[in-house]
Design a protein around this ligand. Structure first.
Ligand SMILES: Nc1ncnc2c1ncn2[C@@H]1O[C@H](COP(=O)(O)OP(=O)(O)OP(=O)(O)O)[C@@H](O)[C@H]1O
Ligand SMILES: [Mg+2]
Length: 304
């Protein structure tokens, strides 16, 4: 692509994704958002391509949710540009984003726990049959389609009649992903889908993120976890205090580098300095600055 370097990202390590990459479905160019006088996001450039996973990493308050709220139509950007299929847009409702094929799976999945899996799959978009005024829900068609779509994604559930509330958090995320794929999403936004999950369930969700990518969707995967990001990511964007600190293709960044960006070596060193002035904290036991920028601190509490 021509440019990823926008004013406002000068301090970022911006690398190009290469000429072979496809045209972005969704693109932000120097985008930002202020809530009153709080600048939550500033100068962020990001490209989402079909068949790729774009990971957005960052600590609490980094601006990750603000970024996806702009793309999913919940908030509007107050600076820069937001493009879909190369056309500048400004969504005022999530419906407008959905109509352009941008589906968002929020962490607190909007499901009805006591309703069966197949019913949740079609929630708000039920299949009906028969003419008005005797139109009825086409239960058989919905069950069959839900079953097929879940299987197409490699998700096998014993019984689609079971209430969705009885599924594990990971399984519910997977159903939400299959649902977005079925309803024609081209871009799938996942807000920290693995945050509340254990190792095994996270693995399952990562597998379906890869499955959605292989079906040609552009995936935006929000996470705190560089390990999860690196397992499926094609591109990595690290946000810090609302600006983009790193934007790099997979070939340009190692897991160690990504982890270091997330760990914020310099910030931890500053914290150590501050803690030194608080009585009761033995800073000698904290790792040295060099250790903080080294790959994944193994056992920080180990006394040497
Ligand atoms: N509606 C709002 N009004 C005012 N400030 C907000 C609003 N939403 C977010 N902010 C502020 O914007 C900044 C970025 O918040 P955001 O929720 O985007 O971060 P985040 O990266 O999603 O964090 P987390 O990992 O905790 O979810 C924070 O300083 C937050 O306090
Ligand atoms: Mg958030």
């Amino acid at each position: 692509m021509a440019t990823t370097n926008e004013p406002g990202t000068q301090s970022a390590v911006v690398k190009d994704t290469g000429p072979e990459a496809g045209r972005p479905v969704v693109e932000l160019r120097g985008a930002g958002k202020a809530y009153g006088n709080i600048r939550a996001l500033h100068g962020v450039s990001l490209q989402v391509r079909p068949g790729e996973v774009t990971c957005v990493l960052g600590d609490n308050g980094a601006g990750k949710s603000t970024l996806i709220k702009i793309i999913s139509g919940l908030h509007q950007h107050s600076e820069g540009e937001f493009l879909v299929d190369g056309e500048a847009v400004r969504f005022t409702t999530p419906r407008q984003a959905l109509d352009r094929g941008i589906a968002t799976v929020y962490q607190d999945l909007a499901t009805v726990p006591l309703m069966p899996v197949w019913r949740n799959f079609f929630l708000g978009s039920e299949i009906t049959r028969g003419p008005w005024p005797v139109r009825r829900l086409d239960i058989e068609a919905m069950k069959k389609t839900a079953d097929e779509e879940l299987r197409n994604m490699g998700i096998v559930l014993d019984d689609l009649e079971q209430p969705i509330g009885t599924l594990s958090g990971g399984q519910r995320q997977c159903v939400a992903i299959a649902r977005a794929v079925h309803f024609g999403a081209r871009v799938l936004i996942l807000d920290e889908p693995t945050a509340a999950l254990g190792v095994k369930q996270s693995g399952v969700v990562l597998k379906y993120i890869a499955a959605a990518r292989d079906r040609g969707l552009g995936v935006i995967f929000i996470t705190h976890n560089p390990h999860h990001a690196y397992m499926v990511g094609d591109h990595f964007s690290v946000l810090r205090l609302g600006t983009m600190e790193l934007s790099a293709a997979r070939s340009e960044v190692s897991l160690e580098e990504l982890t270091n960006h997330m760990a914020g070596g310099a910030e931890l060193a500053a914290l150590k300095h501050e803690l030194a002035q608080v009585s009761g904290v033995d800073v000698e036991e904290l790792p040295e600055e060099e250790d903080l920028t080294a790959p994944v601190p193994a056992t920080p509490e180990g006394k040497s």
